[in-house]
Design a protein around this ligand. Structure first.
Ligand code: NAD
Length: 540
């Protein structure tokens, strides 16, 4: 029996044949269901560029058609962003924090509705959709506090009567290019810090999640308007890669914060660097879990299950590689397979569903290719390995992108092989068996990516190795915690081909400001640093 509860598909007579399931969610967020939507906001809503279609990954239903930004509209949005920045930068940081507090309240009041939209448009299960909005709420809270703590420093000067200040000032226009899989939270991480720092932020969401972009921007812009702040402080340009490329190339953008694939990020990084702009890259991961023989399997098995299958394997932090100590490998796999066997695909909006669809048809192709590659190299497929049968799913889920979560044991553990070193953005988990922790750490580090990693052990000596200089080289190094599901308090990001970017907590805010070293002379002398002598007017 497939989980298909709560899937009401009657169609209201008045609307563009939209299911009641979808129209209820859109209406709750004041998104019109009977016309093309404007996909550009820079103080007013507009949009006359290419048409984007928002498609429900669960059913294939077209949720909305959105007019993206034309080149002229992108230009206008950038111009308005610059103007907005020039106003906003002079508002004291704690006053900006008060605006953020109001944004936090407005978002929290729509948490469930927005969470449902994430689930509808992106395809992740409802609890994860709501959790994603909660992340935005949390980072807004954090940034409210930060707005009173974005401190510079007073540095001791070697010269008498001198002081050196390190001063953070607003940076300018920050563009956020985001991926489909976190259509709300990634923008939230960026907007909250950027706004606290006094910048104007221009968001280009993924072309397949424009509705999340529109819904969030409506909420944020309402707060800005009520505070008499220019709407272009938090602008929106929907569009495909042409719009993204226009942003990346523009000298009017001081920093590009890019979240997406390694292939696109590599290009974006080079283009921004070539014009000496600032760039923050959050790219793909290929995350490993290592399980030692002393691990508590009652915690480790469910953590791997969630890491590999949650969001249908479409988190940058999803668990893709599992390294099991030989002593516990058979038992671990048998327990993990039992959990996989309990999974049922279903409507992500239904409370009981744990497995939603992949986001697009193309992603199903990527999944099938990865499984075929595993079969070609002789991997043992322990479970999964195929799409779900549409006829068995029944209407309307037969229009969705459902695939079976897969566990594979490749014949060799060779991180030079594509089956191990490629990020397949789908629920495919590759398993290897090791004898010594050092071997597993070498495998963990042996891929190009460096986002998240997780060790399961009760032995403090293993923990020391894992988090120390010869340990995991990833940006996220967990112990008895899975690879996915980070909190906002720590800086989030990855090393190596994941791009070295850091967002959210920690010191991440320091990237959203321009730093000046200001040496101030309060004395009646003007000595040079390092004791350098040069004639003054009296000695010349
Ligand atoms: P993608 O690279 O296809 O798209 C990301 C964004 O880039 C989109 O907004 C897209 O329109 C835009 N874009 C595409 N071509 C462009 C170009 N030439 N110039 C400028 N912009 C362009 O990524 P995706 O498929 O949406 O997302 C999945 C990927 O994102 C995965 O690799 C995943 O690991 C990664 N991701 C990383 C993090 C992280 O924090 N490290 C978080 C979420 C997702």
């Amino acid at each position: 029996m497939l989980a298909r509860r709560c899937l009401s598909f009657s169609r209201p007579a008045h609307a563009r044949s939209l299911s009641t399931r979808a129209s209820a969610i859109l209406s709750a967020l004041d998104i019109p269901i009977d016309k093309e939507l404007a996909g550009v906001y820079h103080g007013e809503w507009t949009g006359s560029g290419d048409l984007l279609e928002s498609k429900c990954p669960t059913t294939g239903e077209v949720l909305a058609r959105v007019r993206s930004a034309s080149p002229e509209e992108l230009h206008a949005a950038l111009h308005k962003s610059r103007e907005a920045y020039q106003v906003f930068r002079s508002i004291p940081a704690p006053k900006r924090g008060e605006i953020l507090r109001q944004i936090r309240v407005a978002l929290a009041s729509k948490r469930d509705e927005l969470g449902a939209l994430v689930s509808l448009e992106m395809g992740k299960i409802r609890t994860e959709g709501v959790g994603e909005v909660q992340e935005f709420v949390d980072i807004a809270d954090y940034a409210v506090g930060l707005s009173r703590m974005m401190n510079g420093r007073l540095v001791a000067s070697e010269r008498p009567g001198h002081s050196i200040l390190e001063v953070p000032n607003p940076l300018g226009v920050v563009a956020v290019l985001s991926a489909f899989n976190f259509p709300v939270a990634v923008y939230g991480w960026n907007l909250a810090l950027s706004l606290a720092a006094g910048n104007a932020t221009l968001w280009k969401p993924s072309p397949s999640t424009p509705l999340c972009g529109i819904a969030v921007t409506k909420i944020v812009s309402g707060v800005l308007e009520r505070n008499g702040v220019p709407g272009a402080v938090a602008g929106l340009v929907t569009g495909d890669k042409d719009v993204g490329a226009g942003i990346v190339e523009s000298q009017d953008v001081d920093m590009v914060s890019f979240t997406g694939s390694e292939a696109v990020g590599r290009h974006v990084g080079k283009v921004v660097q070539s014009r000496f702009g600032k760039v923050l890259l959050e790219l793909g991961g290929n995350n490993a879990v290592i399980v030692m023989p002393d691990a508590d399997l009652s915690l480790a098995v469910p953590a791997v299950f969630f890491g590999a299958v949650g969001t249908a394997g479409q988190r940058c932090t999803s668990t893709r590689r599992l390294f099991l100590h030989r002593a516990i490998a058979p038992e671990f796999l048998s327990r993990l397979r039992a959990l996989y066997a309990s999974l049922l695909p279903g409507d992500p909006l239904a409370p009981s569903t744990l497995l939603g669809p992949l986001h697009t048809r193309a992603a199903v192709g990527v999944y099938s290719d990865a499984v075929a590659r595993l079969q070609t190299v002789g991997a043992e497929i322990l479970t999964g390995g195929a799409r779900y049968d549409g006829a068995a799913l029944g209407s309307p889920l037969d229009g969705g992108n459902f695939v079976q979560p897969t566990i594979a044991v490749p014949p060799t553990v060779d991180m030079g092989d594509a089956v191990w070193r490629t990020e397949t953005f789908a629920p495919v988990l590759c398993v290897g068996v090791f004898d010594a922790l050092e071997e597993a750490i070498a495998w963990n580090n042996g891929v190009p990516q460096g986002l998240s990693s997780s060790l399961w052990t009760r032995d403090l000596r293993n923990v020391g190795k894992w988090i120390g200089p010869a340990g995991s080289d990833a940006g996220i190094v967990n112990v008895n915690v899975g690879t996915s599901g980070a909190e906002i308090g720590a800086a989030f990001g990855g090393n190596k081909t994941t791009g070295w970017g850091r967002e959210s907590g920690g010191d991440a805010w320091k990237q959203y400001v321009r730093w000046s070293a200001c040496t101030i002379n309060f004395s009646d002398e003007a000595p040079l640093a390092q004791g350098v002598q040069f004639p003054s007017e009296s000695t010349a």
